[in-house]
Every structure is written in structure tokens, then in C-alpha cells.
Design a binder for this molecule. Structure first.
Ligand SMILES: Cc1cc2nc3c(=O)[nH]c(=O)nc-3n(C[C@H](O)[C@H](O)[C@H](O)COP(=O)(O)OP(=O)(O)OC[C@H]3O[C@@H](n4cnc5c(N)ncnc54)[C@H](O)[C@@H]3O)c2cc1C
Ligand SMILES: NC(=O)c1ccc[n+]([C@@H]2O[C@H](COP(=O)([O-])OP(=O)(O)OC[C@H]3O[C@@H](n4cnc5c(N)ncnc54)[C@H](OP(=O)(O)O)[C@@H]3O)[C@@H](O)[C@H]2O)c1
Length: 571
């Protein structure tokens, strides 16, 4: 990318202005002379923080890149530092050359589910962090960790200082079964368990009771269910070298779990897990596989008549695990056409409850509805009324994550669809509201407010899907910015946002005694985790506590290097 006009930032080169003028004369008019020195660029130049300084030079614009229109540089707040937030920042900063992005994260550490969801034995999936690091290296990007929007920082307080706010806060709850016994000790959500083994500070004290019995039942047949199953049966020697939390290694070494049953309410052709994850489970030494009656779910003409994805999955399931069934130490199983009905504690012969933790789970058998094509992914089932009870010393519900409304959404007029668990949007990412009146370019859209990722689409999709979705949202923000539709605060006149971003709100945050974590501080945490990991033969030994994280970053309020070394395991 050629760069010139190396004086004051930000402004656009004359030939780019001519090109843009051809398509959008109104937008480019103010660039005809020199680059306008705006409130934000002046503030940024004064800032002692390199990450807040505006870029030093003006740039050429590619054909699909947008200028800053008649406004000052776009100041965007992104709430959430998962793949959705990072990929949107990456694309937007490429397209809008003077956009300045502040990314807020409630935890001290970035990357969302890449760090706290993706299984520790899938390190290659975490390579997307390299791209995110490149994004964070930009002088137009500012990471603000340890600041929970809606709690530490009110949305209403942010609004005056930004042109746009992007909601990228993912799904931090999970769906409930809503059946009796769901709250019994020994019943866990997969989300809690995944957070626990990945060292999420919220779940590091979970203490799952892995030593109370041999049988675990997982309800739901998605990839999260298979992640949980894999952690329960995987050889510990393989896991301990990964970045799995050390408390999880210790607890798994005492685990008595030998059988893991993954139960679906429909059939194998409707399961949402993918073939790669099934294959991984089939390849463990000393882990067997059982699933009865698989053939009854396949077309009588044979598996080869199925569409490609279903065919590959059916073949892997049909083949099973290579291990002899008498030789295995642990076993995983798949059961189908069972809908969870109740979870029970131990009962005596008189049917009186005598236990205080989970002992069994009762399912109602289901069947395909009469007009369903049982080989289709969408085939529906209905209950048959027949019950079946399975012994269980642990039960995991793994039926999907759930987004919730951020406190203060209504202060900005942002609706939340409780049923779908999303912020209503126009698919591109513009937030829509039934109460927003018709307008020309923004009918129903809430100016300057966008959503992306799981809070935009719902809690499904792998990182690549989230990336594509982020690109769509970034493109629409860039397009809106270039076409002069209203943004935040423009109801008070054009350019009404102070453009101060984080500088406009940080006093509110600091006044509460909250210590923000910037990118440099995160890098210190990252380094400390890798270093102490090396000492125990792991790629990384994560801090599973926010105080430890802050200590490793040198940010604890009662900073004591010796104490920090001891807490961080480096002393
Ligand atoms: C258990 C699990 C395993 C997965 N494994 C894989 C895999 O192997 N491969 C793959 O491709 N995909 C995988 N996925 C899917 C992938 O993780 C998602 O597609 C992706 O993370 C969604 O991105 P997101 O940015 O929308 O949400 P998230 O990644 O959840 O990021 C949201 C971020 O917002 C932050 N946040 C929340 N509230 C606030 C607030 N109030 N203020 C500030 N910040 C806030 C959160 O702390 C989090 O960092 C997995 C998902 C799960 C659940
Ligand atoms: N390795 C990876 O690539 C990886 C790992 C983990 C997660 N992910 C991705 O992350 C996303 C979320 O995964 P997920 O497993 O949480 O969700 P998911 O793929 O949507 O699977 C949810 C499962 O729960 C079942 N279910 C829903 N409600 C139920 C109920 N009331 N009773 C019984 N069963 C119920 C669903 O069955 P029905 O189909 O019948 O509704 C489905 O089997 C997915 O896109 C997944 O691919 C990827």
C-alpha cells in the first residue's frame, strides 16, 4: 500500500479524492484542500499512549476502501474480544483508513472462546490468535481488558464519545433443560465444565465430581458434547502437555469415569457434531465405542446413497473404534431418539429419595414424526411416552450456549430478542428496532449500532463462520460511514460525537478502582504463562484467576514482585 503526504494525519490523497468524488461528490468535498485536523486526531497526537495516537500519514484508498467522508475519523467501540470482535476490527481498519478502534473486554485476557472454549487438544484452531495480534499491533487499535461494559462502564456513558458501538459479546450463558432434578449436585452445564478445564476465572472453582462413580451422561449431540466426552476419556498424558488448566489435570487424574454416553433426541443423521471430532474419539488407544442399532437409521439402499457429509459421518460411526471391546479401559457411547425427562437422586425400593446428588437420568423415547424423512437433517421427532432410565454419576447438559441482554441496552434503544437470544439485526449487522421509524437509508436501523458474532447470529458456527460474519458487518459499517447515513450522536448535528473514545470514559472506570489491562499488559501475562508452562512441560500454564492475571501483568493494586512470582508459579 503506497503511503504519502507524510504530514498531519489523517487525510486522503488527492487522486483518491478525485476517484471518490466521481462516485460520491458530497462526501469528498471537504478533502479537496488539506486533511482536516479533527478533535480526535488532535487528542490522539497529544496522547502519551502510542496505541491511542492517530496514524502518522495519509494513505491511498483501494477501490473498495472508504474515506472518512465529511466526518472526523470513525471512532468505534467494540464490546468483546473474541473472533467476532477481532475479525471485524481487522477488516474495518483495512477499509476505513483512519478508523480508531477501542476493544473492551470484561476479562483481563483477550480472545473469548478461542482461549476459553476451543479444546486444549486443538491447538491448531488457536492459530487465529496470530492474526489478532497483528490487528492489535496497529496504532489505531486500543485493547481495554478488565472492563465489563454494562457493569463497570455504562453504555450510556460511552455513547457521547463514539461514532459507533459494535456488540460482539458472544454468549455467556447456556440453555437449560428445564426438567426436574437439573439442579442436583453432579449435574453440570457443558459451558461450566469447558470453562473449568480451560482455566476460565469464573469456573476455576467448579470442582466437578469426577470421582463419585463411573458413568457420565452428556445430553446433546453437538461438537461441544464431543469436546466434553473427549476430555473425559482422553489419555491424561496427551492432555497434560496442552494448555489445559492444571487444576483440571489434577482432578482428571483422580477421575473414576469409565463410560461416557452422549445422548441425542433425534438420530445420527440429525446429530450436529462433525466427522473430524467423531474420528478423534475413535482413535484413542484403550477407548472403545458402542452404539446399538445404527443401521436402522440408514437408508435400506445403503450409506452410499446419503449426501457426502452424512455419508462420511455414517461410515466413521459404522466402522467404530478399532480397539477390541474386551481390551478397552474406557468407552464412549452414542444413544439416539431419547429426550431428557427428569434427573434423579438415589431412591430406595420404596421409591423414597435417599441420595442428595445425581444417580440417574430418565429419558422419554422419541420417534420420527409420521411425515418426516428420517434421513433428512431436519427430520422432526415426537415423544412416544415410553420411558428409559440410565444410571449416571455425572450429567452434563450440552444443548447450546445462550446470549443475554447487556445491562443498559435499552438506554440506547437497543432491543433484545429473548427467544432467539440475539440482538435483532438486518443480517448485515445493523441493529434494527421495531420502534425506529422509517427513514431513507436507515429505515428501522439504530444509527451507529451494530452486532456481530454469536450475539448477532445465535450460538452456532465455527470460527470461520464467525470470521465471514465479521467481514459482512465490517463491510456494512464501512459502507454506512462512506455514505453519510446517521451514526451515534448525529441526532445532535453532524460530528456531535466527541470522538474521545476511551479517553472520554476512563476516569469513570478508574474512579471505581478498576485497573484496565492494555495490550502491553496482556503480553506480559502471555509471556508469564508461557514461561511457567515451559517449567512443567506445557505449551502454556494459564492463570485461572483474574488477580493472578493482573499480578503477572504488574497491575495488582498491592503489587509485590515476590508475591507475584509465587502466585504465578515462577518463584
Ligand atoms: C466449547 C466450544 C468449543 C469450540 N471449539 C471450536 C473449534 O474447535 N473450532 C472452531 O472453529 N470453533 C469452535 N467453537 C466456536 C467458536 O468459538 C465461535 O464461533 C466464536 O468464538 C464466536 O465468537 P464471538 O466473538 O461471537 O464470541 P466469543 O468468542 O464468546 O467472544 C465474546 C467476548 O466478549 C466478552 N464479553 C462478554 N460480555 C462482555 C461485556 N459485558 N463487556 C466486555 N466484554 C464482554 C467475553 O468475555 C468474550 O471474550 C467453539 C465453541 C465452543 C462453545
Ligand atoms: N471442534 C469444533 O469445531 C467445535 C467444537 C465445539 C463447538 N463448535 C461449534 O460451536 C457451536 C455450538 O456447539 P454446541 O454443541 O453448543 O451446539 P449445537 O451444535 O447447536 O448442538 C446442540 C445439541 O443439543 C441438542 N439439543 C438442543 N436442545 C435440546 C433439548 N432441549 N433436549 C435435548 N437435546 C437438545 C441439539 O439437538 P437437536 O438438533 O435435536 O436440536 C444438538 O444435538 C457449533 O456450531 C459447533 O460446531 C465447534
Amino acid at each position: 500500500m503506497p503511503v504519502h503526504h507524510a504530514r498531519r494525519a489523517p487525510y486522503v490523497c488527492a487522486s483518491c479524492i478525485r476517484r471518490l468524488h466521481h462516485v460520491a461528490p458530497r462526501i469528498t468535498r471537504t478533502y479537496a484542500t488539506s486533511g482536516p485536523k479533527t478533535a480526535i486526531s488532535a487528542a490522539a497526537e497529544r496522547s502519551p499512549r502510542p496505541s491511542l495516537r492517530a496514524p502518522a500519514r495519509a494513505v491511498h484508498l483501494r477501490r473498495n476502501e472508504y474515506s472518512t467522508s465529511t466526518r472526523k475519523p470513525l471512532r468505534l467501540a467494540i464490546i468483546g474480544s473474541g473472533p467476532a470482535g477481532f475479525y471485524t476490527a481487522q477488516r474495518l481498519m483495512r477499509q476505513v483508513k483512519d478508523a480508531v478502534v477501542d476493544m473492551y473486554e470484561k476479562l483481563p485476557v483477550p480472545y473469548g472462546l478461542v482461549r476459553f472454549g476451543v479444546a486444549p487438544d486443538h491447538p491448531e484452531v488457536k492459530n487465529c490468535q496470530d492474526s489478532f495480534e497483528e490487528v492489535a499491533a496497529s496504532t489505531r487499535f486500543n485493547y481495554i481488558g478488565n472492563v465489563e461494559v454494562g457493569k463497570t462502564l455504562a453504555l450510556a456513558d460511552m455513547k457521547p464519545h463514539y461514532d459507533a458501538i459494535l456488540f460482539a459479546y458472544g454468549a455467556s450463558e447456556d440453555r437449560k433443560l428445564s426438567i426436574p432434578g437439573e439442579d442436583l449436585p453432579g449435574v453440570y452445564s457443558a459451558r461450566e465444565f469447558v470453562g473449568w478445564y480451560n482455566g476460565h476465572p469464573q469456573f476455576s472453582h467448579l470442582k466437578p465430581e469426577l470421582d463419585k462413580g463411573e458413568r457420565a451422561v452428556i445430553v446433546g449431540q453437538g461438537n461441544v458434547a464431543l469436546d466434553v466426552a473427549r476430555i473425559l476419556v482422553a489419555p491424561l498424558n496427551q492432555l497434560r502437555k496442552t494448555d489445559i488448566a492444571e487444576h483440571a489435570v489434577a482432578a482428571l487424574s483422580r477421575s473414576k469415569i469409565k463410560r461416557v454416553e452422549v445422548v441425542g433426541r433425534r438420530g445420527p443423521l440429525q446429530a450436529s457434531f462433525t466427522v473430524k471430532e467423531v474420528r478423534e474419539l475413535m482413535q484413542f488407544p484403550k477407548v472403545g465405542f458402542k452404539s446399538t442399532g445404527l443401521r436402522s437409521f440408514y437408508p435400506p439402499e445403503g450409506i452410499h446413497t446419503l449426501p457426502r457429509v452424512q455419508k462420511r459421518l455414517a461410515m466413521v460411526l459404522q466402522q467404530g473404534a478399532p480397539i477390541d471391546k474386551h481390551d478397552h479401559k474406557k468407552r464412549w457411547e452414542l444413544s439416539f431418539l431419547r429426550s431428557p425427562h427428569a434427573i434423579h437422586a438415589k431412591k430406595n425400593r420404596l421409591n423414597q429419595v435417599i441420595g442428595n446428588r445425581v444417580d440417574s437420568i430418565e429419558f422419554q423415547k422419541t420417534n420420527f414424526v409420521p411425515d418426516a424423512n428420517p434421513f433428512s437433517e431436519d427430520a422432526k421427532v415426537h415423544p412416544t411416552g415410553e420411558m428409559v432410565t440410565t444410571e449416571a454419576s455425572m450429567v452434563f447438559r450440552s444443548i447450546g450456549y445462550k446470549s443475554t441482554p447487556l445491562p443498559g441496552l435499552s438506554d440506547l434503544g437497543v432491543p433484545f430478542d429473548e427467544k432467539l437470544g440475539i440482538i435483532p439485526n438486518d443480517v448485515h449487522g445493523r441493529i434494527i428496532s421495531p420502534s425506529a421509524g422509517p427513514g431513507n437509508l436507515s429505515a428501522g436501523h439504530l444509527p451507529g449500532l451494530y452486532a456481530v458474532g454469536w450475539v448477532k447470529r445465535g450460538p452456532t458456527g465455527v470460527i470461520v463462520n464467525t470470521m465471514m460474519d465479521a467481514f459482512t458487518t465490517a463491510d456494512i459499517i464501512a459502507q454506512d460511514w462512506s455514505t453519510n447515513v446517521p451514526f451515534l450522536n448525529t441526532e445532535k448535528g453532524s460530528d456531535a460525537s466527541t470522538g474521545l473514545g476511551w479517553d472520554g470514559v476512563k476516569d469513570t472506570v478508574l474512579a471505581q478502582g478498576v485497573i484496565p489491562v492494555d495490550w502491553e499488559a496482556w503480553k506480559r501475562i502471555d509471556k508469564a504463562e508461557r514461561e511457567r508452562g515451559k517449567q512443567v512441560g506445557k505449551v502454556r500454564w494459564k492463570f485461572a484467576d483474574t488477580e493472578q492475571m493482573k499480578a503477572a501483568a504488574g497491575l495488582a493494586s498491592s503489587w509485590n514482585p515476590q508475591k507475584m512470582k509465587a502466585t504465578a508459579g515462577l518463584a
